[in-house]
Design a protein around this ligand. Sequence first.
Ligand code: GLN
Length: 241
Amino acid sequence: MNLKISIAHLYPELLNLYGDRGNIITLMKRCEWRGIDVDFRQIGIGDRIESFDLFFIGGGQDKQQVEVASELYLQRENLISQRDEGAVFLGICGGYQLMGHYYQPFEADRLNGISLLDAYTVAGKRRFIGNVTAVSDFLTPSTLVGFENHSGLTYIQGETKPLAVVSVGSGNNGTDRTEGARYKNVFGTYLHGSLLPKNPHFADYLLKLALQKRYSDEIDLPPLNDDLEMLTHNSLVGKSY
Ligand code: GLN
């Protein structure tokens, strides 16, 4: 019997900055290469969000976040209960910000988040743009590389922990050296790039969690030849320009 997982891409027509769709392509290909079937759905405005093993939401400008925020907020209870049942979430930048309690833009009304993460975001005066290297305490290799472009300053609290510690770049807010956030199987990050093609070890980490959630058992993924991906990854570690 082929293994299977279900993946939802939330609001790709609105939140797909810097090719964040590349994260979905990576997850789908890494399943295909292993013969894992994927039930993939794109969720648009007005769609009811069903149950999935893995959710992805990309980044976007404040304007697009407004439309998505009100949609997500209507379905926050459903998403919180899926989080508590072990569903995996990956949110990038604008999508990450909406996974917290709120995002307060500069000259606009506060956007309610869905509180998957104990975090909040307020608009900052400067825009953080550039390459990022961050060091996690749960991945091998420990590094994550990507590109950030945000003015939002995110602060995490309570049981929500950083995804990683910044060694190059600004991360969540440019002051506490944290990058991203994690609580249960919910992961948020400012790393565009897109993220997963250059961090295949993180892609597999997420896929393993999604399979574990679906089959209630630890599933070992057969290794893939990631020589090219890791050559790219390693060429970016520590690079600030
Ligand atoms: N609009 C948000 C900000 O500027 C998120 C931007 C993004 O997704 N790159 O902080």
